[in-house]
Ligand binder design. Structure first.
Ligand code: GRG
Length: 293
């Protein structure tokens, strides 16, 4: 019998949590850094990006266990971006995942070093996943390039830099799309592409999966903006009202307008995979549409 929606995500999330705790238990880092890494890897994220990697690979016939290195890599990249984003020089956050932000526990120096270490080793895990799965159509350089550009100066880092320096920029859809498709959407696209490439996907369906993930990532970010306004720290596990200085979809369209936009993007993402045998991806889109944390 197929697993129900929540059972599927709970089951994949616990596989992934176990993989991350295995990584945390074997870093070999000096004790001071190891403490920071363990905290970062164990903190209770939703694991959406890693589950996206698993769900795409699984829809193409790979067993979830085969996708854990790649999924862990995506979560390590995401964790490093959260640590950096929370620093006083960026968002100056107090709370993350219901716990004090990492720099408030281990200090800014070790938090930065942990973020750099996680990001660095994430690429190692992508390479390891590629070596064990050997997808014929996708050589390692192409797989790595997808991840590199999602993170680097044309990806998440680009989005964050414009976001932080957006004072005076015009509040219009194109500017917001530029920031958020890079800040958040790009990692969703990389996570989905990675699962597909490791499962040896053909180029045409890969394009459709990428359209799915891009729209879903943007919808996810819009909901994040909404929760920053309507949520509470207890509910979402992080500070609220942090977006006052930033350009957000809520500022552009109001809460109801942003909700509508997010629902439309989820619809577009679902259309992109219409007819594909990927029920977990459809379920994931619905979860993103309806999420309250
Ligand atoms: C190292 C990838 C990398 C980037 C450096 C700091 C920075 C540049 C980018 C910040 C990007 C950022 C924080 C985007 C926000 C994305 C977002 C919606 C985060 C919340 O994601 P959830 O809700 O968090 O999935 P959990 O805690 O559940 O994992």
């Amino acid at each position: 019998m197929p697993l129900s929606l929540n059972e599927y995500f709970a089951a994949r999330r616990s596989l992934l949590d176990a993989a991350l705790s295995g990584i945390a238990g074997a870093t070999g880092a000096p004790a001071v850094l190891d403490t920071a890494l363990k905290r970062a890897l164990a903190s209770p994220g939703k694991r959406v990006r890693g589950i996206l990697t698993i769900a795409v690979g699984e829809s193409l016939g790979l067993r979830p266990e085969k996708l854990l290195d790649a999924a862990a890599a995506m979560e390590m990249i995401h964790a490093s971006s959260l640590i950096l984003d929370d620093l006083p020089a960026m968002d100056d956050a107090i709370l993350r995942r219901g716990e004090p932000a990492l720099h408030r526990v281990v200090g800014e120096d070790l938090a930065i070093l942990a973020a750099v270490a996680l990001l660095n080793h994430a690429y190692g895990f992508v390479a390891q996943a590629h070596a064990s799965l050997r997808p014929r159509r996708w050589p390692l350089d192409q797989v790595l390039q997808r991840v590199v550009s999602a993170v680097g100066w044309d990806g998440s880092v680009a989005g964050e830099s414009v976001d932080l320096h957006s004072e005076g920029a015009s509040l219009d859809f194109d500017t917001l799309e530029f920031i958020h498709s890079r800040k958040t959407g790009a990692l969703f696209v990389a996570a989905a592409s990675l699962g597909g490439m490791l499962a040896n996907i053909h180029p045409a369906p890969l394009q459709r999966i990428e359209v799915f993930a891009k729209n879903l990532g943007l919808a996810f970010q819009i909901t994040d903006d909404i929760l920053d306004v309507v949520g509470t720290p207890e509910q979402i596990g992080k500070d609220v009202g942090k977006d006052e200085q930033r350009l957000t979809f809520v500022k552009l369209a109001g809460v109801e307008g942003a909700r509508k936009l997010s629902a439309e993007l989820v619809e577009t993402s679902l259309q992109a995979i219409d007819g594909m045998k990927a029920p977990a991806l459809r379920d994931l889109a619905v979860l993103v549409r309806d999420r309250v944390r």
